[in-house]
Design a protein around this ligand. Structure first.
Ligand SMILES: Cc1cc2nc3c(=O)[nH]c(=O)nc-3n(C[C@H](O)[C@H](O)[C@H](O)COP(=O)(O)OP(=O)(O)OC[C@H]3O[C@@H](n4cnc5c(N)ncnc54)[C@H](O)[C@@H]3O)c2cc1C
Length: 375
């Protein structure tokens, strides 16, 4: 019996679990176990919308596991020993593995700036987003400060401003909003922020967060990964992400695959940055590689090229920037209703994809490989 344990049921971990379950459903010598903090799948792409008070769907992981034929354990992973091949859950249970898939994702990085962890809300979990939603609902007048002018900060500020027009929303950070887009797409994005009356303050390095900076403070500036990987004895980069070989195995422990935001996956254009867009293909690839190893075949190298950056600007507007495989912007972009439809289609697609992968795991192996950018 080969024990395969998957840590984390986010976009990448669930892609690995369902794809591997689909690929191994006729085998009786493989046992798959998935461990995740929450009993439900969190659509992290929608947490800014949850925080603004919009309803979200409920995705039951135990039900999916029962259909797929793997074991699901809800619990908090407290320690991993990559050498001894053990995982501790809730400090009281030890799981053994032959192969591990590490998909613990990332969280907002509140560690560097004093006061951020104490005074700011984050969008790391459904519970975090719900806590922010409750606070915003109670506030009949006042200010909201969104720290970080990256895409998560832009989406969050726009969503809150649209849903709570009686609040004054400030968006503060170093770069101008939409800095990575083409000038035309950026100008559209900034125009929508102006229409929503979001007060943008750029050129600012936030060095401290004080409780009276605003009535509500939201932190979206930068991400970090769990220190568990380094503590497990795995080789990690300067940001704590697991360093992978071309197949997505840990360079120090090849029986550990690392996927999604928690992995430092190198392509010819550089280290991939954390997205669902790239995270799901890494999960599918790990499943494919493990299935090949189970069959005594060599796994193939992973190749991926970005293709879009869909950005919601409230519920009624959006921008979709099409990109080159290295994530630099192409000329083409969508705005308005077409972009809203596109963004919604992308955000809604993961859960049905997991169900489909159980039946047709091979179909999910299609994603842009990046052509000459990754060859
Ligand atoms: C508001 C917001 C909007 C975003 N919008 C986009 C977008 O439009 N497009 C895009 O591509 N990306 C977007 N992202 C980024 C995207 O959500 C992440 O890149 C993606 O979720 C990474 O997937 P993952 O599977 O690696 O990690 P996650 O989805 O974060 O999943 C990790 C899982 O591991 C669990 N976990 C972590 N630690 C433990 C532990 N110790 N014990 C047990 N369980 C644990 C977590 O609970 C979680 O379920 C957005 C992020 C945010 C916050």
């Amino acid at each position: 019996m080969t024990d395969i344990v998957i840590l984390g049921a986010g976009y990448a971990g669930l892609a690995a679990a369902t794809n591997l379950a689909g690929r191994t459903r006729k085998r009786e010598d493989v046992r798959i176990t998935l461990v995740n903090a929450a009993p439900r799948f969190t659509e992290r792409l929608r947490l800014h919308s949850t925080a603004a008070g919009h309803a979200t769907a409920d995705f039951d992981l135990a039900g999916l596991a029962a259909t797929a034929g793997f074991t699901f354990i809800p619990g908090w992973i407290t320690a991993v020993d990559a050498g001894a091949r053990t995982v501790r859950v809730d400090d009281e249970r030890t799981l053994h593995f032959d192969t591990l898939v590490w998909a613990l994702g990332s969280t907002a990085d509140t560690s560097d700036v004093p006061g951020a962890a104490e005074h700011a809300y984050t969008l790391d979990s459904f519970a975090d987003a719900q806590a922010l939603a409750a606070r915003l609902n109670d506030l009949h007048t006042g200010t909201v400060l969104v720290c970080g002018t990256g895409l998560t900060g832009v989406e969050t500020a726009a969503e809150i401003a649209e849903r709570h027009p009686h609040l004054t929303v400030h968006l503060r950070g170093r770069d101008e909003p939409g800095a990575t887009l083409t000038p035309k797409a950026r100008s559209y994005l900034q125009g929508v922020l102006t229409r929503l009356d979001v007060r943008v303050e750029t050129g600012a390095d936030i060095v401290k967060v004080l409780p009276d900076d605003a009535d509500v403070i939201v932190w979206t500036a930068g991400t970090r990964v769990s220190p568990l990987a380094a503590a497990a004895g795995l080789a990690v980069d300067e940001r704590g992400r697991i360093v992978t070989d071309p197949v997505l195995r840990s360079t120090s422990h090849p029986h550990v695959y690392a996927v999604g935001d928690a992995a430092a996956v190198r392509q010819r254009y550089g280290i991939m940055h954390g997205t669902c867009q790239g995270g799901m293909p890494t999960g599918v690839h790990a499943a494919q590689a493990i299935a090949r190893e189970l069959d005594g075949r060599e796994p193939r190298p992973f190749r991926f090229g970005y293709y879009h950056a869909p950005i919601s600007l409230g519920r009624r507007d959006a921008v979709v920037q099409f990109t080159h495989p290295d994530d630099s912007p192409r000329r083409g972009y969508l705005t308005g209703r077409a972009a809203v439809w596109y963004k919604e289609t992308v955000s809604a697609s993961p859960w049905p994809t997991y169900a489909r992968m159980l039946k047709q795991p091979g179909l999910a192996s299609w994603w842009p490989r990046g052509g000459r950018f990754t060859r």
